[in-house]
Write a protein that binds this ligand. Structure first.
Ligand SMILES: Cc1cc2nc3c(=O)[nH]c(=O)nc-3n(C[C@H](O)[C@H](O)[C@H](O)COP(=O)(O)OP(=O)(O)OC[C@H]3O[C@@H](n4cnc5c(N)ncnc54)[C@H](O)[C@@H]3O)c2cc1C
Length: 293
């Protein structure tokens, strides 16, 4: 799907944009479960899906396969792509395949250092920062893809301060990004402060907040540990009050996400992106609770 068609379709809906994120499953039975989740969520008002690229050590080789299946399931697809271990020419080849597969857009990322390495090292013929990848896509495939980049409400863990973090974000937008999807956050004030900083730096593109309905306190601590996101005390208290009851903790996670989304939309967020972790249950409950108002 060409960029103009994707953007026009979203605009024509005159309502907040809703997206969900999948990751490429490791086994064929997980693949079947992912596609079942996709089928369940499609009629619930999801505007597009995204699929990650090598995140958390996941397999990169199946992005094209599962991404194509999501397209067949009726989703406009934003495929993620990282600079990790790729030369400029290899990246161009992958982008050509995304083009042929009919993907609507690309979330252009630098990526994290591979397991066991602390520092990101660019491929000698590749890019040190996501902005290089944005430029490559824009130059090589003009107006073909809706281009997204990552934003970090609590700033990127290796950014020295908020000012440089936003300066580099603004650089990605000047290079050609059409929208920003954020890292997960659990306190809406972090999102609004981030948006204010971005607007003050001249960043005008939509900033789609990333929401993860937490499954349990243990899972929230693990995920927030990876991405250095804070867990508000109130959420910790609500999760702790469930004791060992995992189902009750999951429901606390859904209702926290519902409160977050209502608060975000009421203060002007353009929509929301849900980290669904390939599972349907929390996402379905979330969409239903939002619909019930
Ligand atoms: C929505 C979202 C989706 C993601 N999906 C994936 C995925 O699919 N696969 C995956 O592996 N990872 C994924 N990530 C994680 C991401 O790859 C990491 O957070 C990575 O560390 C940073 O990627 P970036 O694109 O933000 O990098 P960049 O924008 O390149 O920034 C990386 C660091 O360099 C700094 N920087 C940027 N430009 C410059 C410059 N010119 N000079 C000096 N410093 C600079 C930034 O401030 C930042 O600290 C995702 C993150 C988000 C928020």
């Amino acid at each position: 799907m060409p960029k103009a068609e994707f953007i026009n379709r979203l605009r024509a809906k005159h309502r907040p944009t809703v997206s969900v994120e999948f990751f490429p499953p490791k086994t064929s039975s997980d693949g079947a479960a992912m596609l079942e989740t996709a089928k369940i969520l499609k009629p619930l008002g999801v505007d597009f899906a995204s699929i990650t690229y090598g995140a958390g050590g996941s397999d990169r080789s199946t992005v094209l396969e599962y991404g194509s299946q999501l397209v067949k399931a009726g989703y406009p697809l934003i495929a993620h792509l990282t600079c990790v271990g790729h030369s400029r020419e290899e990246l161009k080849e992958i982008i050509s395949k995304y083009d042929a597969a009919g993907f609507a857009g690309i979330l252009a990322l630098r990526g994290d250092p591979p397991k066991g390495q602390n520092e990101f090292t660019a491929h000698p013929k590749g890019f040190a920062y996501a902005s290089g990848l944005v430029e490559l896509i824009k130059e090589s495939f003009p107006n073909r893809f809706a281009l997204g980049v990552a934003g970090f409400p609590e700033r990127h863990p290796s950014s020295p301060d908020d000012l440089s973090d936003i300066r580099y974000l603004a650089g990605k937008v000047s290079a050609g990004a059409d929208f920003i999807t954020t890292q997960l956050f659990l306190d809406n004030e972090d999102y609004f402060n981030f948006v204010n900083r971005a607007r003050a730096a001249g960043v005008a593109v939509p900033i789609l907040p990333g929401i993860m309905p937490v499954l349990s306190l243990k899972q929230a601590r693990r995920f927030c540990g990876f991405c250095k996101a804070k867990i508000p005390d109130l959420l910790v208290k609500e999760l702790e009050s469930c004791g060992e009851d995992e189902e009750a903790q999951r429901q606390v996670g859904v209702s926290w996400a519902v409160r977050q989304i209502k608060g975000l939309l009421s203060r002007g967020a353009p929509g929301y992106h849900v980290y669904i972790l390939n599972r349907a249950q929390s996402a379905v409950e979330l969409f239903k609770q939002l619909e019930a108002k």
